[in-house]
Design a protein around this ligand. Sequence first.
Ligand code: ARG
Length: 545
Amino acid sequence: MTSLPSTLSTRLQSITGIDPELRPATKPQFGHFQSNVALRLAKQEGKPPREVAQRIVDELDVSDICEPPELAGPGFINFRLKPETLAAAVTEQLNDERIGIEPAAESQTVVIDYSAPNVAKQMHVGHLRSTIIGDSLNRVLSALGHTVIPQNHIGDWGTQFGQLVEQILEEGVDPMSLDLVSAEELYKRASAHFKEDPAFADKARKRVVLLQSGDEQTLDIWRKLIEISKVAFNEVYARLGVKLTDDDLAGESSYNDDLAKVVAELEASGAAVIDQGALCVFVEGFNAPMIVRKTDGGFGYSTTDLAAIRRRVNQLHADRIIYVVGAEQSFHFDQVFAVARKAGFLPDDVSAEHVRYGMVLGEGGKRLRTREGGSMKLVDLLDAAEEKAAPAVAMAAIKYADLSSGLNKDYVFDIDRMVATTGNTGPYLQYAHARTHQVLRKAEADQIPVPDKITVLDEPAEQTLALLLPRLAEIVNEVAETLQPHRLCGYLHDVAVAYSTFYEQCPVLKSEGDVRGSRLALCVATQRVLATGLDLLGIQAPDRM
Ligand code: ARG
């Protein structure tokens, strides 16, 4: 379905030859859309703008969809769609199973790297953002017919496991008796021990070597640590209602066997060179090289990410690779992408994008802390929200607050604001959605039929709503392209506000005949747009609240 604004836009452009930059009108008296194309064209031609605007309007034929266009101010052209055009657009959307969202012309394989917590540590708020944003991008891209492959790049490898395993052996604890909280306590004891006791540090280092060389006892303890961590991660995922499963796990350790190969290829191609004993890749534009093999022969986080790119390109056949990771890792990803391009791991026709998000802050913009003063864990945040509201509402509050602020910005975790049912919040959208159901339930109880056609749109409040609803598909496409879910949040909030105004100004069940039928159909369309949109954000839309 071609949207009305794009039809209008195409026709305008065929006359003006330049992008008409059609915008939604800022005030109802300006109609529905406005273009400043005449002003720009007049400048080029050195003619009075109103004269140019008049010429365009005379030439333009939009009488099938619009009222006669009007000139305004210095040379703006205002368009008002005919009510029947608007009605037809919403009716078409309403009767489309996919509510207007069409599969992308070209279906891509999209790898999304998100969540990625670290084993033997509780998830923190950064992981919360990654998980929520990644889940929403997964839903949006899947809805457009792309094949999405989530990759949960958990931190399950590295020198810290030497310390952990050694500490476990020394304390004689059964790793299966640990939960994630006690494992993290153990982790802290192990790091302190490592710093204080050279003999322990030495054993811990040897333990890493044992782990890497496949020593059974060491591997067994390491596996158990992963097991108990996974249980806790999955609890959080279930609570959040995100789609991640164990099938999506591709932890750092899974690349272990590829690392030496990656490095050998880098050396063979001449991309990597020895610098002060370490093997490095220098790429232009970075003030430090990437170290792909440390002086002690070990590989690190960056080398693992290079191996991950190779697998994603060669085995998963990704067309697009998306990383949802905090902005503090920007340098890392910029450099990984640059090195991977240089090394030929990342071909030109595969895109790599780092969706970088800001921090979640506590009151007054300070670090987020618990009431007791400890650093806030993700489960503490979920608990705090569930103290204020039922789980579905609490999760909506948290997710919407996270998704609706621009990704790059830090935001303050203000639970009272987030759970409020007024303002730009998740619960407000859930209420608007539940209200559409309420009207439809009453209609059903009173045996009033609900037609599948919008026929009358005389009231401005009806028109505003009807203008917004068919834009869903365009907004979803925008999110897929820009990877900015806040655009969908803003749109759904506009829809919810327009619905409230409509609901206040246009009686539904108390009106009669065609007007009532048309308004009921508009309620159904609104219900479906809100439910679909919320689902794409990973937010539940209950029928009643
Ligand atoms: N585990 C890392 C952390 O907690 C995030 C990993 C992100 N993904 C990646 N491919 N590097 O910071």
